[in-house]
Design a binder for this molecule. Sequence first.
Ligand code: 6GU
Length: 223
Amino acid sequence: MIQFDVITIFPEIFKGFVSESLLARGQKKKIIRIGLHNLRKWTTDKHKTVDDNPYGGGPGMVLKIEPIFKAVKSIELKVKSKRSKNVKPKTYNLKQRVILFSPRGKKLTQELAKKWAKLDQLIFICGRYEGVDERVADYIADEVISIGDYVLNGGEVAAMAVIESVSRLIPGFIAKKESAQKADHAQYTRPEVFIMGKKRLKVPKVLLSGDHKKIKEWRKNII
Ligand code: 6GU
């Protein structure tokens, strides 16, 4: 079981995402768990302020460190140790990682997803607006991650990308009869001929031949 916890000022963005069939099934089977947390919950003023002006001036607002710090502290899973008479409490180390999403971060890769799939908990801090107080990257997050060379409105889409790529790697998340790997060759399904205006788009003949040796050979050569 891996637990994902998302800290965001837009938890609603995730509602449809987390109830999608594979993720819903994964949660039901207790293979994954997804917690959504509104950052405003950790504010103390009546306006639930999560951002402020940047020191040194400049346009836009910056997400404050304080609510983020409180959120991470309260979401972090703590080691449970049951204490009973004459029995030493069993302790074990939880493997946790706090990730800050930022277009300035290190690029997300399949290798990273594989490492994270072995953890007990991933906490995501979704940046928004023009930025996040840099002390969050320096002192609260273990890693700062980007999902590519383009700019998004915030880290929410990045968090979804990580949840999907990591979940797929947890044993049992993908049923045996489904495929965990993307096909490494071109694929076709019915109809055999698709009429598109004046064009007849045909499925390669070899795939209809029933000759498995030839099909294997064809798949090796076409990528
Ligand atoms: Cl993680 N955040 C934002 N705002 N933009 C991005 C990104 C993250 N990754 C690529 N672009």
